[in-house]
Design a protein around this ligand. Structure first.
Ligand code: MN
Length: 295
């Protein structure tokens, strides 16, 4: 199933270029906090599935291009992210990274991106007004967690995967010796975490370790690699994160970027496509407002 969040946090099933509104399966109590509907759906997936099918049958299809897609999960408790998780990416940015030589996600663990930086398909990455800094794209497979878990061994970790999505980990690079801000902040500007266009449930992804991941900037192919090249795989990432804190249904894991990372500027159009998951385009704009503290 392809599950999309759209308009005012409604939930839809995507089939081809059609969308079926199934928001009615979520309790009315959640109308008071609609951004939590998807977390509820994921947490209650097993028991809600029969009603979801019935709701889909009763729902009239609408055109997918007539709705505004939100982040595949608009309000996850956590957005975990793996640094340095593809061999060919390690080293390609020279001294513009904070990763110590040769260390991968296995040694470094995870970092966090702010959930407030999420944006959906067709959305916008906002660069700080007047910035002269370098901003890069990172094309990543996102994992959506299906159930609560703590100390999950890698042998059982895939039971905790609800589905997958496409994620762009947009990043402001450090200027060595001049400005070396914390990684989480540099990756959490408004719109810096496009996630979408939807969640594909795990049962429909035949080989999460062998998916082609591509990213274009203005139709120029910049990144093309297989998730098979990941150093720390999905199962080991779940083991690693759940060794630190409890996983929550709806949590997002950005699994790291392959090689080909490079800059984008105001006016660019980014497009990410991951095999068996989907594709989406994202605009890059400059903010209208000058922030009181510029970057
Ligand atoms: Mn990344």
């Amino acid at each position: 199933m392809k599950i999309a969040s759209f308009d005012d946090y409604r939930i839809g099933l995507v089939e081809g270029d059609q969308l079926y509104d199934v928001t009615a399966v979520v309790p009315f109590a959640l109308d008071a906090m609609p951004q939590q509907r998807l977390n509820w759906l994921i947490a209650n997936w097993g028991q809600v599935l029969p009603r979801l099918q019935a709701c889909r049958q009763e729902s009239k299809p609408q055109r997918l291009d007539g709705v505004r897609l939100l982040p595949a999960n608009p309000h996850p408790s956590h957005v975990f992210a793996a640094p340095a998780n593809y061999q060919k990416h390690i080293g390609e940015l020279g001294d513009r990274v904070v990763t110590k030589g040769g260390r991968s996600a296995r040694e470094q663990g995870f970092f966090l991106k702010a959930p407030g930086s999420l944006v959906g398909a067709g959305g916008t990455i906002y660069l700080p007004k007047g910035s002269t800094r370098r901003f890069d794209h990172e094309s990543e497979l996102a994992v959506i967690i299906g159930k609560a878990g703590r100390d999950v061994p890698r042998e059982r970790a895939m039971e905790y995967v609800f589905g997958y999505s496409c994620l762009i980990d947009a990043t402001m690079r450090i200027e060595p010796g001049i400005a070396e801000e914390e990684r989480s902040m540099r990756k959490s500007f408004e719109g810096f975490t496009p996630l979408g266009p939807w969640i594909v449930t795990a049962d429909e992804v035949s080989k999460p370790y062998g998916l082609t991941n591509r990213l274009w900037v203005n139709d120029e192919l910049r990144q093309e690699a297989s998730t098979a090249d990941m150093i720390v795989g999905v199962a080991e990432l779940i083991e690693l994160i759940s060794s630190v804190l409890p996983l929550t249904p709806g949590d997002v894991i950005a699994t790291g970027t392959p090689e080909g990372v490079g800059p984008f500027v105001v006016g660019d159009k980014l497009r990410i496509a991951i095999q068996e998951i989907g594709e989406m385009s994202i605009s890059v704009r400059e903010r209208d407002m000058a922030a009181p503290r510029p970057y």
